[in-house]
Design a protein around this ligand. Structure first.
Ligand SMILES: Cc1ncc(COP(=O)(O)O)c(C=O)c1O
Length: 579
């Protein structure tokens, strides 16, 4: 578990000049990072034609990292941002979101956890702050010509809403792969949508082309001081809403606009508060860049947390993050899913994966510390979740919480061994049970069990082994979790006299085991499929090898069992794939 990783050392004031120049080249503005004696901060616009910071831009020469900057040295660099944040215009479109206590999570962790509810913004993410601030500061003529952006989601909605409020045209270029829900949301806000390419980069390239052709102003999703300042208003609200002690603020990072804005404000006003940057393990461009001392471009990014899936961070956001982020936490998608569940339990709201990263990080961070009773703030920064993802989230939340263990248990293919296995499992909640006869001597059963923590899976594995069942612990095996569990089965030459039945039984602890133990030991089970889906009733598919002479006994068994059931032996899907 890579938590928490200390930030790489910060550039010295001399080398940061190089850094600033780098930002200047790419971005067309220059924010001095000179030491205290250099006088007040200046914010100048110095646009060089034809250059822009974007996820696809070229990285510059690496530099040797120097020791971390002191707060005093940071201050002048921050003064410009402090002023920009204090004067940012966001409240024409954004609300001051609540800073809410999370009592359940706080009790579990032994720390006070607060959620900054940016998921409750009108477009369900913080993105409208930066977009609106940028657009509200554009000259009238630029606004009259209209704006353009490239985005696969939240930024697009922020720009569209801001444009509607400011009465200007917005053109949004989205990849053709964008879910129709998000396309519809942007169109509903009155923006024109152009679908182009199958990735953000394709959409971005097309947006740049259109920007020139149509004389539109490009609104960058993160690498722009006005966008950064707009996001910084979140920190301004937090410090006003909670004047008491705050130990750390946890911020999800994609391109870095959100963390830059928050850190710029916090480090200028209450520098003792730690800023913890949170990255997905498959989209960690900022952390890699900070470690390398230069912006690193990732070949690929995972899309589960689509809000933070950025291949290359901004020049200005990199400059700020490497100076201002104190600690780093890297989380995976299971941890994000578990955090979505935690937030649901405390608020009854559902976040999108990127929106939950801060919460996931608090959990990891807290586990790695001896201290108790600290105050942590997570920015719950988005809720644009596709409904069809919920199933995956619910399933993976159990792994993220380490509350489900998976095993491949080998049992001898002989009468009674299936039941012996079930007796060993006992009343423990079974989350999955999959088996298909395939070998005359041995059977491999795919078993999922509810657990309290990950250590329990090792204890259970030992228990299986000590009772003579060879076992493979698959709890951490992605192949097993994502694919193999759905593929147990297939045709079997050994499944003679097989009858296939679907049963429905009440989903309560022990119900599955009761069902199994009532089955006469004389009949061989040739197929068994059960997966707890959180439904009120358990549904299992069972293959039983019942000799023709036992016809009557089988009918009696079904009757005494009294669970609703259906004979599926003639089902065409069964015949095609399993018989
Ligand atoms: C929900 C959500 N969280 C976090 C981020 C990351 O923000 P940034 O790119 O400014 O780092 C985004 C960016 O779009 C987002 O939509």
């Amino acid at each position: 578990m890579p938590c928490p990783i200390r930030a790489a050392p910060i550039v010295s004031s001399t080398s940061s000049t190089v850094d600033s120049a780098q930002g200047s080249d790419a971005l067309g503005f220059f924010l001095p990072t000179a030491p205290a004696r250099a006088g007040p901060a200046r914010m100048m616009r110095r646009r060089k034609p034809g250059r822009r910071s974007d996820e696809q831009g070229m990285a510059k020469t690496p530099r040797t990292p120097a020791p971390r900057k002191t707060t005093a040295a940071r201050k002048p660099a921050l003064a410009g941002y402090l002023q920009k944040i204090l004067t940012a215009r966001v409240y024409d479109v954004a609300i001051e979101s609540a800073l809410e206590a999370a009592p359940r999570l706080s009790a579990r962790l032994g720390h006070r956890v607060l959620f900054k509810r940016e998921d409750t913004q009108p477009v369900f993410s913080f993105k409208l702050r930066g977009a609106y601030n940028k657009m509200a500061h554009l000259p009238k003529e630029a606004l009259a010509r209209g704006v353009i952006c490239a985005s696969a989601g939240n930024h697009a909605q922020g720009v569209a809403l801001a444009a509607r409020e400011l009465g200007c045209k917005a053109l949004v270029v989205m990849p053709t792969t964008t879910p129709s829900l998000k396309v519809a949301a942007v169109r509903a806000l009155g923006a024109e949508v152009v679908l182009r390419g199958d990735s953000y980069s394709d959409a971005y390239a097309h947006a740049i082309e259109l920007e020139g052709k149509r004389g539109l102003t490009f609104v960058h999703p993160f690498d722009d001081p006005d966008v950064i300042a707009g996001q910084g208003t979140i920190a301004m609200e937090i410090l006003r809403q909670h004047p008491g002690p705050i130990d750390a603020i946890f911020v999800a990072i994609g391109g870095g606009g959100l963390v830059s804005g928050i850190a710029a404000y916090v480090k200028a006003v209450r520098p003792s508060i730690r800023i913890v940057g949170v990255q997905m393990n498959d989209s960690d461009a900022m952390l890699r860049s900070v470690k390398a001392g230069r912006r690193v471009e990732l070949a690929d990014v995972g899309l589960f947390s689509d809000g933070t899936a950025v291949k290359k961070v901004g020049a200005e956001t990199f400059r700020l993050a490497r100076q201002l982020v104190d600690d780093w936490v890297v989380v995976d998608s299971d941890a994000a899913c578990a955090a979505i569940k935690d937030v649901f339990e405390d608020t009854r709201s559902i976040l999108e994966p990127a929106g939950a990263l801060g919460v996931a990080a608090i959990k990891q961070y807290a586990h790695g510390r001896d201290a108790k009773g600290e105050t942590y703030v997570a920015i719950t920064c988005g809720a644009n979740m596709n409904f069809d993802r919920l199933r995956f989230v619910a399933e993976r939340a159990e792994f993220g919480e380490e509350r489900e263990a998976l095993f491949a248990v080998t049992i001898p293919e002989e009468r009674g061994s299936f039941r012996r296995l079930c007796e060993l499992i006992g009343p423990r909640a079974v989350t999955e049970f999959n088996y298909r006869i395939s070998d005359a001597a041995e059977a491999h059963v795919f078993v999922g069990l509810a657990t309290i923590d990950r250590a329990e899976s090792a204890r259970l594995a030992e228990d299986f082994a000590s009772h003579g069942f060879p076992v493979l612990d698959l709890t951490g095996d992605d192949l097993a979790k994502e694919h193999v569990r759905h593929m147990v089965g297939g045709r079997s030459a050994l499944a003679r006299d097989e009858r296939i039945y679907r049963f429905v039984f009440p989903e309560r602890p022990g119900a599955l085991m009761r069902f199994l133990s009532r089955m006469p030991a004389g009949w061989n089970i040739s197929l068994f499929h059960y997966r707890n889906q959180g439904a009120d009733y358990g549904r299992i598919l069972v293959g039983l090898q019942v000799p023709p002479k036992d016809e009557k006994a089988f009918a009696d068994f079904l009757e005494t069992l009294a669970y609703p059931c259906a004979d599926e032996t003639g089902n065409p899907a069964y015949r095609l794939f399993l018989q």
